[in-house]
Design a binder for this molecule. Structure first.
Ligand SMILES: Cc1cc2nc3c(=O)[nH]c(=O)nc-3n(C[C@H](O)[C@H](O)[C@H](O)COP(=O)(O)OP(=O)(O)OC[C@H]3O[C@@H](n4cnc5c(N)ncnc54)[C@H](O)[C@@H]3O)c2cc1C
Length: 434
């Protein structure tokens, strides 16, 4: 039996190691066009800020792969023929498989801004190792940078550029930073914080043209409001999407919508082909979903491997959870915190004197989401309270239990109870008035 995995990210590598644990004798080959070895994409920014070497980004010793008899191939897969179970590689080689896992991850979304095609130098993304190399190469010759796009990757790139002493403008199309994840109140805290680091954050600005200098290097951008922002580096961070375009052109394309459509057992529409990680599209609460989250990819990699081995897997996406940093501000979210159903109740409390806040959302009397800023929270409490359908009263009474130990800096939650009482009174009055 020969298992082949396209992609050596966390989904592919977890799958390879899971397969090896169960199948000591099978052939396992993992292919990647991007890197020789699995590396932590989430830590890309620490490499750019010179806090970690490229080698430090690798979660496993390199010797693990020969020891586990996992063959690594550095190449791009260009064709998939499921009828003959063959892959064709960019190098011209072919590779036969018995069972195949597509763990091909995400790529940066590309805009169609006028002038962008003429900018042959100075435009960067921040997703791949090659992006990192390009950023590093351009850093010394950059005085001013513009980063466009308001998600997490954008803010990480901004932080790196600030670290390198660049004058950074951060342009966000929406009225406030990252409405997909932060309500206006939280976004204001984050935006104030980013501004305190000297970044010019502009909301409601949309790029109308990329301006290019004599040597084809970007020299600035113009926005629809008519403003111009000079830069020698333009960071485009308008989201990522499943790396599936190439799969639409292969001999036997799998069914692809936004991502590769998978069943609850990670099977694609092609026989003997499974998919997992950022590239896979699954159903969450009946909605087609792609989730570009490290732990989701890891979990899916393991489950997909088990499905490839014939285990009866029925993937039920766990309660959504994510955590990140906006410069020094910790962020933890769980459940449904933004795109909430009509009638959901949302209690928000800013912690006085701190760049910190809590938000708890409930629907039909049961908590359904948390959005927390400015401290580290143990998300397993949030997940349990959501699963147990706890009331807002219960959760706020027990909130302190979800804080990590003092070494992570506990928040003083004294302001929460009075703020909650006041909020409940206002909600009751509003209900009576209706
Ligand atoms: C800068 C940055 C910061 C992030 N921070 C966080 C965070 O804080 N928390 C979090 O949860 N998530 C974060 N993420 C997302 C997280 O990194 C991803 O969800 C996760 O790495 C996805 O893993 P994967 O194995 O599905 O895919 P990937 O890691 O993308 O691996 C897929 C691999 O397949 C290769 N490949 C694709 N097509 C082919 C082909 N045709 N032939 C050969 N090889 C191919 C790719 O080159 C790539 O190496 C971050 C992402 C980025 C870019």
């Amino acid at each position: 039996m020969h298992f082949v995995i396209i992609g050596n990210g966390v989904a592919g590598t977890t799958a390879a190691l899971t397969l090896r644990q169960r199948e000591p004798k099978a052939g396992i080959t993992m292919i990647s066009g991007e890197s020789d070895y699995f590396f932590s994409r989430t830590a890309l920014m620490y490499a750019y800020m010179d806090r970690m070497s490229l080698h430090d980004l690798e979660p496993f010793e390199r010797k693990v792969f020969p020891k586990q008899n996992i063959r690594l191939v550095r190449d791009w897969v260009t064709d998939l023929d499921a009828s003959s179970r063959t892959l064709r590689l960019k190098s011209g080689h072919s590779l036969a498989y018995d069972r195949l896992l597509l763990a091909v991850g995400s790529l940066a979304n590309l805009p169609a801004w006028p002038g962008l095609d003429k900018a042959r130098e100075g435009v960067v993304h921040f997703v791949t190792l090659q992006d990192l190399e390009k950023c590093e190469r351009l850093t010394n010759s950059t005085r001013e940078a513009v980063v466009v796009g308001g998600g997490l990757i954008g803010v990480e790139l901004v932080e790196c550029l600030v670290f390198h002493g660049k004058k950074v403008t951060f342009l966000v199309r929406s009225p406030w930073y990252w409405p997909a994840a932060l309500a206006r109140e939280e976004s204001e805290i984050v935006t104030e914080h980013i501004r305190r680091h000297g970044v010019d954050v502009r909301g409601g600005e949309e790029v109308s043209e990329v301006l290019v200098g004599d040597s084809s290097r970007v020299r600035g951008i113009r926005t629809k409001s008519g403003a111009e922002f000079p830069c020698q580096m333009l960071g485009i961070s308008i989201g990522v999407g499943p790396a599936v375009e190439w799969l639409r052109q292969v001999t036997t394309p799998p069914h692809v919508q936004r991502g590769i459509t998978i069943s609850p057992s990670f099977a694609t529409s092609l026989e003997n082909v499974w998919a997992a990680g950022d590239c896979a599209e699954f159903e969450r609460d009946g909605k087609p979903t792609v989730e570009q989250i490290w732990y989701t990819a890891k979990r899916q990699g393991e489950l997909a491997a088990r499905a490839m081995l014939g285990d009866g897997i029925h993937y039920k996406p766990p309660i959504f959870y994510n955590s990140a940093m906006f410069f020094e501000i910790e962020y933890t979210t769980a459940g449904m915190a933004i795109d909430v159903p009509a009638g959901a109740e949302s209690f928000f409390c800013r912690i006085p004197g701190k760049e910190a806040s809590i938000r708890v959302i409930a629907h039909h009397g049961a908590v359904m989401g948390f959005n927390m800023l400015g401290a580290r929270w143990n998300h397993t409490f949030f997940e349990r309270w959501i699963a147990e359908r706890r009331t807002m009263d219960y959760v706020l009474e027990h909130l302190a239990e979800a804080q990590f130990d003092v070494e992570f800096g506990r928040l003083d939650l004294a302001a929460v109870a009075p703020s909650y009482r006041e909020w409940k009174q206002q909600e009751a009055q509003a209900a009576a008035a209706r």
